[in-house]
Design a protein around this ligand. Structure first.
Ligand SMILES: [Ca+2]
Length: 230
């Protein structure tokens, strides 16, 4: 019985791993394999940064492997997965690599073409040509412009960052970075203002009162303790 070895690489960014079910189907020029659940007993599959291998046995030769279909199904809660690539080792010992480098979200399936560079007109198989066409149509639906107002430049058809496809959103690391930088900037801004007030002289009581107004608006707690220290 011919046996293929499938190696799956998961991304190393935050939350790239998944606990969802991952099914794989090999699509060859002769026939397809059974839809196979990729699961190793007593092992946490598809964790962040992992490279996991699985055997896929078939009853008959599949021919040349043209496409790999991946399906993700919910296990407990929807758990997005970042797949880097899939490598297939054929029964003859050849390796075919299928680059992915994208998020697999919800209960979706993705179909990967092998990574050998070739122009669309050079595709030899009907399967690969159809796949290119479907991929193009899917991307045209996913990445689209919207006219905000006649005469204005077109804008991306999304109301918020979260409405964008996951692959073009900022990584989780970047999102956290933004929040931390924002907090730090606000903190520095008010600390600098506070220092400036104390380094400059006060001409009357109005200046003095402004200090306490500013402090109570920024860092809670200081406004009550500081006057008592004075
Ligand atoms: Ca897992």
């Amino acid at each position: 019985m011919p046996r293929y070895t499938v190696t799956v690489a998961t991304g190393s960014q935050w939350f790239a791993g998944t606990d969802d079910y991952i099914y794989l189907t090999l699509v060859g020029t002769e026939r397809c394999s059974e839809k196979t659940l990729l699961d190793k007993p007593l092992y946490n599959d598809f964790e962040r940064g992992a490279v996991d291998s699985y055997d896929v046995s078939v009853s008959e030769n599949l021919g040349e492997i043209v496409l790999v279909k991946i399906e993700k199904r919910k296990y407990w809660v929807q758990d997005d997965w970042y797949c880097k690539y899939i490598t297939v080792k054929t029964p003859c010992g050849d390796y075919v690599e299928f680059p992915c480098f994208r998020w697999v979200v919800d209960d979706k399936e993705i179909v990967l073409r092998d990574g050998r560079a070739r122009l669309p007109q050079d595709e030899k198989t009907r399967l690969a040509k159809q796949h290119r066409l479907r991929e193009l149509e899917a991307r045209q639906k996913l990445y689209r412009w919207r006219e905000w107002h006649p005469g204005f430049p077109m804008s991306i058809d999304a109301n918020a960052h979260k409405d964008l496809p996951r692959d073009i959103q900022f990584d989780s690391e970047k999102g956290v970075d933004f929040v931390l930088n924002y907090s730090k900037a606000i903190e520095n801004l008010y600390v600098n203002r506070f220092m400036h007030m104390f380094q400059s002289s006060w001409s009357d009581f109005a200046d003095f009162e402004r200090i306490f107004v500013r402090i109570s608006n920024t860092i809670s707690g200081w406004s009550t303790s500081f006057p008592q220290l004075c």
